[in-house]
Design a protein around this ligand. Sequence first.
Ligand code: NAP
Length: 262
Amino acid sequence: MKKIAFVIRKDDHSLSIKNQLEINLVKSGMIVDEKNPDLVICVGGDGTILYAVHKYSNKLDTAKFIGVHTGTLGFFTEYTDQEIDSCIHDILSEPCDDFTAALLEVNLIGDVPQHSKTIYALNEMRIENIIRTQVIDVYIDGEHFEKCRGTGVCLSTQVGSTAYNRSLGGAVIDSGLSIMQLSEITSIQHSKHHSLGVPYIMMRNRSVTFMSDTFNHALLCYDHLYMDLENIQKVVCTISDRCVHFARYRPYSYLKRLKNIY
Ligand code: NAP
C-alpha cells in the first residue's frame, strides 16, 4: 500500500497524532493521495470511521480502512494513541489481513421515481418520528410480520450491534457473524395493540420492508447521516454485497473491546 489519506476528528490531539503518522509514513515512501487512497487512516473514534466510510463510499472496492482511537479503544479502531509507533511499523511492513463488514443496503421507494434512492449504512438504519406516533408495517421476505407503533424501528448490522442497537436493548452480536437485527424504538404495547417487543435477529439473506400510510415528520437516520422520508412510500433493506475492508495487522480481540464499554 503506497497511497494514503487521512480522515481526522476535529480536535487538536487527533490532528497532532495525524501529523506524527503523516511525517513518518511519507518519510518512508508513502504518498498522500486524498482522491485515490489504498489506505484510509482514520484518527479519532468509531464515529470518525463512519464518516470516512461515507466519504470514500465510491472507493470501497479498492481502499482499506484503519483507525487510531484518540479516546478509548473503539470497535473499528485498531490502535490507541499510545501505539503510534507500532501503527507506523505495521503499515510499513505489509501485508495485512482483511476484515470485511458488509453494508446494509436501504432502498427508498418514492411516490414518484425521482424520489427513489439507495443509501448504505455500516452500523444501522433507523426510521424515527419524535413528533407523532409512527405506525410501521414490517414485512420480512414479503410476509407481514408486525405492525409497530411508537417512535420507530432500528435495523442494525453485526458491527452496529454495539452502537445505537445496544442502547435499545438489542443483543451484541459476535464479530464474524453476518446478520440483521430489528429493534423497535419505544413501541406502544397495550391490550389492543402489541408487537414483538424484543429484538429479532435475522439471517443475512432476509429482506426487511417497512411501509406506512404516512412517513410525514419521520426521519431516516443512517450511521451519522439522516434524510426526511416525506416522499417515501416504502423502505426495503437487505445486506449488500458491498463491504468495508478493514486492514488488520495484528490479532484483534473483540472481547477486549466489549469489556471496555461496560
Ligand atoms: P457519534 O458521536 O459519531 O457517535 C456516538 C457514539 O457512538 C460515540 O461514542 C461513538 O464512538 C459510538 N459508536 C459509533 N459506532 C459504534 C459502534 N459500531 N460500536 C460502538 N460504539 C459506536 O454520533 P453520530 O454522528 O450521531 O452517530 C454515529 C453513530 O453513533 C450511529 O450509527 C449510532 O449507532 C451511534 N449513536 C448511538 C446513540 C446511542 O447509543 N444512544 C446515539 C446516537 C448515535 P467514538 O466515541 O469512538 O466515536
